[in-house]
Design a protein around this ligand. Structure first.
Ligand SMILES: O=C(O)CCC(=O)C(=O)O
Ligand SMILES: [Fe+2]
Length: 377
């Protein structure tokens, strides 16, 4: 026991005999499994519907809170510094998702961005709504659904269950316009967040373009024609906070979906919760510090003529920890027509309009099926 009456954290190493992989079992008291001190939740920062159900916070709950932290999982891992085309092709065909290492983003920038976003989330719900909802601001605030209109407002939709998430939607194009971005907010947090996003956005554009060009080579597509199938000027970032929820089995942080983008690049904290649908099963993608997760979206599946797949995924909520992630999305250039032998020619705007219509009327996205040549859409 230390002078506060707490037993110090303990960390034990185990070798899994069946896989020969190394895991750390983290045992801790009054700290979560990643060594962060547990804090009382700032309830007024949550949307009211999350507040009511949120919580049963029990400071002693961590006494039994130990977790296995795996250091490997079967998700393919690619090294951006020496991108192996064959490995990339396999990951895109069989998984539609891969882990990316040696991507060149300083770990300090990745964690700084998440922590600045967390500070923004800690504003009261009412403040977030007042500052970022239904205003012609570049940044918008949403909760309960990730489905947004092109201007960033939550999309009214046919009844469905709520997604256990809140987020900020940040288009990256006008980041240098300080006033437009945060409507002249004086708090230095807004400006430091904007500057980090600017820096982060440059890395995202570089990574997306490098991966996309490698995919074009792997698919033997005409590189001139494909160039506008990905346009960095469409890049946007969403930062998410997934509240913890004691009845984690009864809710999803984000419902089952495929992304509509060409590529999505995820930077998550160490809580975990992202699952992919692989071989008819849901598989938890283990968070690995410093790595990114790249998802292929519907546009990439269409560009590849269905050779690559846009992967189905979802986010589970955690009963002990809230989770934070930052996701970058990039799309085809405005007016760029996607042509392939399996789909009617369409632009991303056509696709987005169809998705929005389906969500409003049916409550869910139908997606690429709407554009398949054989289908009466
Ligand atoms: O937060 C995550 O892990 C995934 C988010 C996601 O799937 C999305 O924004 O489309
Ligand atoms: Fe997604």
């Amino acid at each position: 026991m230390n002078k506060n009456g707490h037993r110090p954290s303990t960390s034990l190493l185990f070798i899994h005999t069946h896989t020969n992989t190394l895991s750390t079992i983290c045992l801790s008291e009054n700290k979560n499994k990643f060594g962060k001190q547990k804090k009382m939740p700032n309830l007024e920062s949550y949307p009211p519907v999350f507040r009511r159900k949120h919580n049963d916070f029990d400071p002693d709950e961590s006494v039994q809170d130990f977790q296995e932290c795996y250091h490997s999982d079967p998700v393919p891992s690619l090294d951006l510094g020496s991108l192996n085309l064959e490995k990339l092709g396999d990951a895109c065909r069989n998984w539609g998702l891969f882990r990316l290492v040696s991507h060149g983003i300083p770990e300090t920038l990745m964690s700084q961005l998440r922590s600045q976003a967390n500070n923004l989330f800690s504003f009261s719900f009412e403040t977030k709504q007042r500052l970022f909802t239904n205003k012609p601001a570049a940044v918008s605030y949403f909760w309960g659904t990730p489905a947004l209109t092109p201007s960033g407002a939550a999309l009214a939709r046919a009844p469905q269950s709520i997604n256990w998430v809140e987020g900020f939607n940040v288009p990256l194009t006008q980041l240098s316009d300080r006033n437009q971005y945060f409507q002249g907010q004086q708090d230095p947090l807004f400006d430091s967040f904007r500057l980090s996003l600017e820096e982060y956005g440059k890395h995202m554009s570089r990574i997306a373009r490098t991966i996309f060009e490698a995919m074009v080579r792997n698919l033997h597509l005409d590189s001139t024609q494909s160039h506008s199938d990905l346009s960095e000027s469409t890049g946007l970032v969403r930062v998410y906070r997934y509240p913890k929820f004691s009845k984690a089995d009864e809710a999803l942080g984000m419902e089952v979906h495929t992304d509509s983008s060409v590529l999505s690049i995820l930077n998550e904290d160490q809580v975990g919760g992202l699952e992919v649908f692989k071989d008819d099963k849901w598989l938890l993608v283990q968070p690995i510090p410093g790595s990114l997760i790249v998802n292929l979206g519907d546009m990439m599946q269409a560009i590849s003529n269905d050779e690559y797949m846009s992967v189905m995924h979802r986010v589970k909520v955690n009963k002990n920890e809230e989770r934070h992630s930052v996701c970058y999305f990039v799309f085809p250039g405005e007016g760029s027509v996607i042509r392939s032998s399996r789909y009617k020619p369409f632009t991303y705007s056509d696709f987005q309009a169809r998705v929005q219509h389906d969500i409003k009327t049916l409550g869910f996205k139908v997606g690429l099926q709407r554009f398949k040549i054989s289908e009466d859409a």
